[in-house]
Design a protein around this ligand. Structure first.
Ligand code: HEM
Ligand code: HEM
Length: 124
């Protein structure tokens, strides 16, 4: 598995979904999903592009278990967080139901980010 390519390919999918939601919000005038839109684009697209480029251009960063673990934790955390946020902000599920899921997703994201940070410090 190529961590850089995987981040970049998935980033493009998030951009597509994020833009479609932005276009829907602009067209409908309903901005209630703005935080979902913002984080699909930022956590999904922008951050994954940055990761994808760093794994491509920093020698050794993608080698070993750290890059792959970071990739999977970020995928899992971002997907669960964004779906949970969508369900909550759209009113499909109450905050009391979705709430307990959020720390799990956030935990995956922050552990992934910590692994990335240690890996980066070792390589640059
Ligand atoms: C087709 C492209 C896009 C459209 C039509 C669009 C549309 C919108 C709309 C209608 C809002 C709500 C504004 C408000 O309620 O004040 C918004 C907010 C936002 N958008 Fe987009 N957007 C697009 C692409 C992007 C991209 C690519 C990013 C980031 C990479 C982005 C980041 C944000 C952020 C961070 C906010 C929240 C801003 C705030 O809190 O005031 N958007 N967008
Ligand atoms: C663990 C990941 C993250 C969590 C739990 C999180 C949580 C939050 C929360 C609770 C808000 C306030 C939303 C509101 O007032 O309705 C917010 C807003 C915002 N966050 Fe994040 N965030 C995360 C990651 C990021 C990242 C990585 C970026 C940028 C690269 C980012 C950019 C923003 C921006 C621009 C806003 C203001 C737009 C909005 O109102 O949604 N966030 N975030």
């Amino acid at each position: 598995m190529n961590v850089s390519s995987a981040f970049l390919k998935i980033a493009a999918l998030y951009l597509l979904v994020g833009m479609m939601l932005g276009i829907y919000m602009g067209g409908s005038g309903d901005h209630s999903l703005v935080s979902v839109h913002a984080h699909i684009n930022l956590l999904g697209f922008t951050l994954m592009v940055v990761f994808g480029l760093l794994y491509r251009f920093i020698p050794g960063l993608a080698e070993g278990w750290m890059g792959k673990t970071h990739f999977w934790l970020h995928q899992l955390g971002a997907l669960v967080l964004l779906i949970a946020l969508y369900l909550m902000m759209s009113g499909r599920l109450p905050a009391s139901t979705v709430g307990p899921v959020l720390p799990l997703a956030e935990g995956a994201l922050i552990i992934g980010t910590a692994i990335f940070a240690v890996n980066l410090w070792r390589r640059v």
